[in-house]
Design a protein around this ligand. Structure first.
Ligand code: FAD
Length: 306
């Protein structure tokens, strides 16, 4: 499972909770249920849930967590995230405010880390900027997409010129053309993506908007978006597709509690009602073991575990 370097330490005590509340000027909640903040709708509470609206506050909160050895993480729209049933014993940061801004200059679009990918694609199309259409159905944020190098036939990393980040315990920094690989970025695991600048090309707004519609319709037809899910569970192995292997292994329809391998798309697990994170993880392990045994391929997880 993917984990972050910032997860070591202890849950914040009452004094530390008070200090965090002061740093965040009240944009904070304690023992906050996270399930509704994920697209799979499973998982327990965050000890601290912090909505951070400015870079200065982000630097302050992450520095505090680093110096006090409090575990922390950042989430976007939770569309590639499984939260354990026991929750997260530290600070969960969610970007808002300044991080939801989009600005466009010539063929360059700068989007804050909390901007939904769909907004980025729509604003680009309206401005007659081409290149980002392939990202339109990805239900996450710019920050989450940069972390994952999310994409389809085009990955966000293909379009990125600069990424602005805050690394815990350090100041804000900008990286020009960082390297990306399939569903991976080379950014420090302690980096929070504050904004990304994409370089696009000129296109016709009407054609671009039609292309967005076509791509969304195609997704509706091929993905089980009517039920909670977290997108592709496994990465595609080189030269093959995880969905093909899972289907060939006969795992479609397999169930653990409320978690079911989708009949519509075998690389999706859906929450068919009342699933726990433990159900999802047990199903993942069963599918992985069976694909290895019957297809001889060891699948790697794409979904992140908090
Ligand atoms: C129906 C469906 C379809 C999907 N289709 C695709 C697809 O076609 N292609 C694809 O690649 N993915 C797809 N996904 C997966 C998911 O939408 C993407 O990976 C997305 O980029 C995750 O963004 P998020 O904001 O939801 O991140 P989250 O799920 O909230 O977090 C994912 C990871 O990113 C980290 N993260 C979040 N925000 C930041 C930030 N600001 N800075 C640093 N790290 C951050 C988190 O700590 C976590 O490790 C799909 C998911 C669903 C539910």
């Amino acid at each position: 499972m993917t984990t972050r370097a910032s997860l070591q330490g202890k849950a914040p005590n009452a004094d530390q909770r008070g200090a965090l509340a002061a740093l965040l000027d009240g944009d904070i909640a304690f023992d906050y249920p996270l399930a509704a903040r994920t697209s799979m709708r499973v998982g327990g509470p965050a000890s601290v849930y912090a909505e951070v609206k400015q870079v200065g506050r982000l630097v302050a909160v992450l520095s505090f967590c680093a110096s006090e050895r409090i575990p922390w993480t950042v989430i976007g729209l939770g569309s590639n995230l499984l939260v354990p049933d026991e929750g997260f014993p530290g600070v969960v940061v969610r970007l808002a405010g300044d991080f939801v801004r989009i600005t466009i200059e010539e063929t360059r679009i700068r989007a804050g880390g909390a901007v939904p990918i769909v907004s980025l694609c729509r604003d680009a199309a309206n401005a007659g900027l081409a290149g980002a259409e392939a990202l339109v159905g990805i239900p996450g944020t710019v920050g989450g997409a940069v972390r994952m190098n999310a994409g389809t036939d085009v990955e966000i990393g293909d379009l990125i010129d600069r990424v602005e980040v805050v690394i815990a315990g350090e100041k804000a920094q900008t990286f020009t053309r960082p390297e990306f690989a399939y569903r991976r970025s080379t950014l420090d695991t302690r980096a929070v993506v504050c904004a990304a600048e994409l370089e696009l090309t000129r296109g016709d707004p009407k054609e671009l908007k039609e292309e967005l519609r076509r791509r969304i319709d195609r997704r509706r037809a091929t993905q089980p978006i009517e039920l909670p899910n977290s997108g592709s569970i496994f990465r595609n192995p080189p030269g093959d597709y995880a969905a093909r292997l899972i289907e060939a292994a006969g795992c479609k329809g397999w169930r653990e509690g409320g978690a079911v391998v989708s009949e519509k798309h075998a690389n999706f697990i859906v929450n068919a009602g009342g699933a726990t994170c433990a159900d999802v993880l047990a199903l993942i392990e069963r599918v992985r073991a069976h694909v290895l045994e019957s297809q001889g391929v060891s699948l790697e997880l794409e979904v992140h575990l908090l």
